[in-house]
Write a protein that binds this ligand. Structure first.
Ligand code: HEC
Length: 333
């Protein structure tokens, strides 16, 4: 009797043990799933935040969708949105992923000496804190939540606003041109400026003095300072001339006339033609800016044109140190 009971008890215990192991396993599996879900939610939020940072700071070189020079040769930055950069994440290769993330975090923080890639961390004179840089690294190495698509949406929105502003600027420049009664002929305006400047002996003497000082290497600073001081008066006269020709604010026009009448006849002639040149050039520039922006927008390119200034001495590195670093890292451009 008692033997049988013991057997039953043992069986029950074994069953219980099996059940508890199984439920622990099931729970672990369930909890892992939950954790993975939570992790991917965090990654998606981080990458979405970064899509704004990217649209605001990076796309002029790396492209609206992060495909950079791979998508268009006019872009100076390499592709960041490439399968290579998300491969480690998608294949769960944690070591490789961390190495890549460290490399990109370092590059974004410090920039790359001798290339146009600037340093972004606040410590290096940039505009991004560590949190924003980490989010960018997440975007580039995971594309969680398909956030590159969000970056493109932000880019389109930003460029639409820019184009609207360029329309407004062109309208203003056109109104000024119309009010002035001048026509937008740069060659004619330049010719008129040159003709009247030829009669300004003070201006010509000062220019000749600068040219002579450049040749002899002596007294260049003083000669340049004297010319700059003389040109400063012209800046005020040109502004006065523009106001006189284009403003409908009578008090401002009266002020401008008082300034203008204080100058010699020769200076008045020069200032008036320079004012023509300025009004014409402002109009044509506004027109060019809008046309270029609309062309780039239509082509899916970032409206701000790429900067190509070369970065140097980032994070205090010498060029040699940076060369060393680059030679041990793959994927640089
Ligand atoms: C003025 C242009 C410019 C801007 C703006 C710019 N980059 Fe770059 N970036 C570059 C260039 C050029 C390189 C390639 C450098 C090289 O030759 O090693 C580069 C390289 C990189 C790399 C390394 C890519 C690789 O495969 O090794 C990362 C990551 C990067 N940039 C991220 C960013 C981020 C994020 C931003 C915005 C916060 C940004 N860049 C803004 C020009 C730019």
């Amino acid at each position: 009797m008692s033997g049988q009971n013991t057997e039953k008890q043992i069986l029950a215990m074994v069953l219980l043990l099996v059940l508890s192991v199984a439920s622990l396993g099931a729970y672990t599996w369930f909890d892992n799933g939950r954790r993975t879900e939570a992790r991917s939610e965090i990654l998606t939020k981080d990458a979405e935040r970064a899509s704004w940072t990217f649209a605001n700071n990076c796309r002029e070189c790396h492209g609206n969708d992060g495909r950079g020079s791979e998508s268009d040769a006019s872009l100076v930055g390499p592709a960041l949105n490439t399968p290579n950069n998300t491969y480690a994440f998608l294949t769960d290769n944690q070591g490789q992923l961390e190495a890549l993330q460290n490399e990109f975090r370092y590059t974004i923080t410090c920039g790359r000496n001798g290339t146009p890639m600037p340093p972004w961390s606040i410590d290096q004179g940039g505009s991004l804190d560590g949190f924003k840089i980490d989010n960018l690294v997440t975007l580039i190495t995971t594309n969680a939540g398909n956030s590159w698509e969000k970056a493109v949406e932000h880019a389109v929105h930003l460029d639409e606003v820019t184009i609207e502003n360029l329309h407004t600027a062109l309208e203003a420049a056109e109104a000024t041109l119309k009010a002035s009664g001048w026509f937008a002929d740069l060659d004619a305006a330049r010719g008129a400026v040159a003709r009247t400047e030829a009669a300004d002996t003070d201006l010509n003497d000062l220019r000749e003095a600068v040219a002579a000082a450049e040749e002899s290497g002596e007294g260049l600073q003083e000669a340049q300072d004297a010319l700059t001081a003389y040109e400063k008066d012209y800046t005020a006269l040109v502004l006065a001339a523009v106001t006189m020709r284009t403003s409908d604010d009578s008090a401002a026009v009266a002020d401008a006339q008082a300034t203008f009448m204080g100058a010699s006849d020769v200076q008045q002639d020069v200032a008036m033609n320079r004012a023509w040149l300025k009004v014409a050039a402002d109009f044509l520039t506004a027109e060019d800016n809008l046309v270029t922006a609309e062309e780039r927008f239509a082509a899916g390119l970032p409206v701000p044109t790429p900067a190509t200034q070369v970065t140097s001495n980032t994070c205090g590195q010498t060029s040699a140190e940076l060369d060393d670093w680059l030679s041990t890292h793959t994927g640089s451009s």
